[in-house]
Design a protein around this ligand. Sequence first.
Ligand code: SF4
Ligand code: SF4
Ligand code: SF4
Length: 244
Amino acid sequence: MAKIKKDRREFIQYSTLGILGLVLAGGVVGAPYLKADENRLRPPGSVEEDRFLALCIKCGQCLQVCPYHSIKLSDFAKGYGIGTPYIDARERGCYLCSAVPCVLACPSGALDHSVEKPEDAHMGIAVLINPDTCLGITKQPVPRKHIDRIYGHPHTREVEEEVLRKLEEFDGKACTICADMCPLSNPLSAIAMVPHKDGGRRPEIYDGCIGCGVCEELCPVDTPAIIVKSRVTYDEYYKKGKKV
Ligand code: SF4
Ligand code: SF4
Ligand code: SF4
């Protein structure tokens, strides 16, 4: 009887170690592939990705000062860079606070302090990835359910309520949300609605776009028509045809 108990104990111990080993091995082996697969949107001022991963001390200061709940910290499910800050644009883009407090709060240099205003940041570039679903092109009114979707995101602060107030103005109207809600002080440097060849109007992206992700967050279709390609520049995507 005592032997059976001992065997069971050993089985449980070794099984647990085995599973743990597999998980860790999977993480180590899989991490570079996960990293290659996913180019994560980082907060404004983020230095180049490998340096960012080396410098970020995972203190969460950037997240704490962000008034829009834009920044999350990677968890185990993300596979690499655990504890580092990122932005899930569909959940909440970066609203480009004028003094970029997230950068000021960063003590490690992972967010570069030479970025003193939003226009200095280069997070990525917006791309009209699904033109077939763009309501501006198809001339469909903005559906209520996609305004309600944004109410499901955090909105405990006045600045977040202000976003919702502006968004309400599009309910049932022609969609120009990506262009009209772009938070840059000069949004026309980044995006404008232009006539589409088949009728309707489509968003056109310019080199002032810094890839904040707000257009992706607010785009009122199930699969966003417009998304942000992180760490890609305007020239790389629109002039050199880099498809990433
Ligand atoms: S600029 Fe403002 S909204 Fe954007 S991540 Fe930094 S603190 Fe948040
Ligand atoms: S917000 Fe989306 S659906 Fe509306 S015009 Fe822009 S890309 Fe099209
Ligand atoms: S076009 Fe979109 S990603 Fe570019 S700055 Fe404006 S809201 Fe941000």
